[in-house]
Design a binder for this molecule. Structure first.
Ligand code: FES
Length: 206
């Protein structure tokens, strides 16, 4: 980087004062008009380059959402559809925080691209806690006080749903092994296991 001389000019020949004046004006102009792409979009001009509208079937309802090729399913759910249950805890899905069901399989939503989810059946935790009746799994979590900060809870609930769908009569040891892909920083495991056992025994019906 060039050093300014006493006049404030660097080797580029632009004085510091002129630079600050120019960049300030540019920032103010951007603040008033918004980003160039957004402004054009608002005026009904060309669509923003790189964005594609796709339809995702989430919780039984088709939704149109604009995505980039790099947009993950988690980003499309959280930012495009305002479904914020699945959490961005780990980038590689190691925490289980972003779990959703895709065609009934537990899937870390931050490890798959939204565009690849077209035509698939996506189920998020919101479907289990909205409507007239709360699902037995979240109810059992409530009964057993199985969350503290709650950040990991949506992922655990989806993991439990998927696990019990295949193992409805699971033992405690099987539950422990079946949920070992989910992490809880608050350490609520001691309450989660009894909650799942309650569902196995037919409890937790909300
Ligand atoms: S309840 Fe806080 S991370 Fe699990």
């Amino acid at each position: 980087m060039s050093k300014p001389d006493e006049t404030g000019r660097g080797r580029s020949g632009v004085s510091r004062r002129a630079f600050l004046k120019g960049s300030g004006a540019a920032a103010a102009a951007t603040a008033m008009t918004g980003a160039p792409g957004l402004e054009a979009e608002a005026q009904g001009a060309e669509p923003v380059a790189g964005l594609t509208t796709i339809t995702l079937t989430v919780n039984g309802t088709p939704h149109k959402v604009e995505v980039e090729p790099r947009t993950t399913l988690l980003e499309a759910l959280r930012m495009g559809l305002n479904l914020t249950g699945a959490k961005p805890i780990s980038v590689d899905g190691a925490s289980g925080g972003s779990l959703v069901l895709v065609d009934d399989k537990p899937t870390s939503a931050n490890t798959v691209l939204a565009m690849d989810m077209v035509g698939k059946k996506i189920v998020t935790v919101e479907s289990l806690i909205s409507g007239d009746r709360v699902d037995a799994v979240p109810m059992a979590f409530v009964h057993h006080d199985a969350s503290q900060c709650g950040f990991c809870t949506p992922g655990f609930i989806i993991a439990v749903k998927a696990f019990l769908a295949k193992n409805p009569k699971a033992t405690e040891a099987e539950i422990r092994a079946g949920l070992n892909g989910n992490l809880c920083r608050c350490g609520t495991y001691a309450n989660i296991i009894p909650a799942v056992l309650e569902v196995v025994k037919g409890g937790g019906n909300g």
